[in-house]
Design a protein around this ligand. Structure first.
Ligand code: ACO
Length: 316
């Protein structure tokens, strides 16, 4: 990916929000109807429980409202809304339309679907909009994977869940937060993980696992190179929360210790578009981040897509 020109208008995150449905489903709950166990799920994935419920619009409105409140911006001054989701509430229109209305915004709104890499795609697209003149962009990553999960399939039902994370991006003159980025896709791998329209997720788990490690490392290395940094410069990683073993394997190859990783998948499972912002903003809310820290966001997903970004944290 190209280096970001020094002259580029850039952005900073000035507010964020998270939303999880109230209903919690534990591994033990799943073991009541599936041939699985709490021990197996924890050992193979790191997931202990997940939140299930809500619609993509309702969760997005909740996280989006928190982000707007935290940033203190007047909602009428938000210039665009980008919603990353793989699970829109309707085929038509884009779910971002309902979210825009629910938040009382008056701006362009569109959906992005890059599966679990989607929030980083939205972050990059949001910076692109700032670079061509917009001042404030709301980006949201939300998925309600429970609606397309086959709850009788132990290969997938133990992984997927619902949630949302949102951020207000505001333009600044000169250098901003984004230091390097990468987006990628390899459509020849689409059959590894897919859901037909109206259907449920089908997955070749082992192969997804193997590829995921490789493409996360590859994408992270491209972003590091674009930013002119090495993995030693990274203070915190907010990776896609698919499986803690995938994250461990990728971080080992990147030479980043797990102590620098924000892992929330134990509490919230794989929430696709929401997983990176949930991990990032959990770290921010628990004082793991300070101004000047270099944060690596990195994800992979159905497609197969990959995306990463390095941001220099600025505590609002
Ligand atoms: N409970 C108990 N046993 C199970 C379960 C289960 N839920 N699932 C599989 N098993 C069994 C298998 O049948 C197999 O038994 P066998 O040895 O008798 O044949 C054994 O456990 C091992 O199965 P594996 O498939 O080898 O288990 P693995 O360690 O690979 O873990 C998993 C499976 C968790 C699915 C893993 O491969 C994985 O996480 N893959 C990546 C999935 C992923 O990240 N998907 C999301 C992509 S992002 C997006 O776009 C949504």
């Amino acid at each position: 990916m190209p280096k970001i020109p020094n002259s580029a208008v850039n952005g900073v995150i000035t507010g964020w929000g998270r939303a999880l449905p109230e209903k919690v489903v534990t591994n033990a709950d799943l073991a009541k109807t599936l041939d699985t166990s709490d021990e197996w799920i924890i050992e193979r994935t790191g997931i202990e429980r997940r939140h299930i419920g809500g619609s993509t619009a309702s969760l997005s409105i909740e996280s989006g409202r928190k982000a707007i409140e935290m940033s203190g911006v007047d909602p009428s001054t938000i210039d665009a809304l980008i919603l990353s989701t793989t699970t829109p509430d309707r085929t038509v229109p884009a779910t971002s339309a309902a979210v825009q209305h629910g938040l009382g915004l008056r701006c362009g709104a569109f959906d992005v679907n890059a599966a679990c890499s989607g929030f980083v795609y939205a972050l990059v697209a949001g910076h692109g909009l700032l670079a061509i003149g917009l001042k404030r962009v709301l980006i949201i990553g939300t998925d309600t994977l429970s609606r397309i999960t086959d709850w009788t399939d132990r290969n997938t039902a133990i992984l997927f869940a619902d949630g949302s994370g949102a951020a207000v991006l505001e333009s600044v003159d000169g250098p901003g937060q984004l230091l390097g980025w990468d987006i990628d896709a390899d459509g020849s791998l689409e059959d590894l993980l897919y859901a037909e329209i109206g259907g449920t997720l089908k997955m070749e788990g082992k192969e997804v696992f193997r590829r995921a490690v490789r493409i996360m490392v590859d994408s992270a290395e491209k972003s590091l190179a674009a930013a002119g940094l090495t993995s030693n410069d990274i203070t915190l990683v907010a990776p896609h929360q698919a499986n803690v073993r995938i994250i461990e394997a990728a971080c080992k190859r990147l030479n980043i210790p797990m102590s620098k990783v924000s892992w929330v998948g134990n509490e919230s499972g794989n929430t696709s578009s929401a997983s990176i912002p949930l991990a990032l903003f959990e770290a921010a809310d628990t004082n793991r981040l300070k101004t000047g820290d270099n944060v690596l966001l990195v994800g992979f997903g159905a497609g197969m897509t990959a995306a990463s970004a390095i941001i220099k944290w600025k505590q609002p």
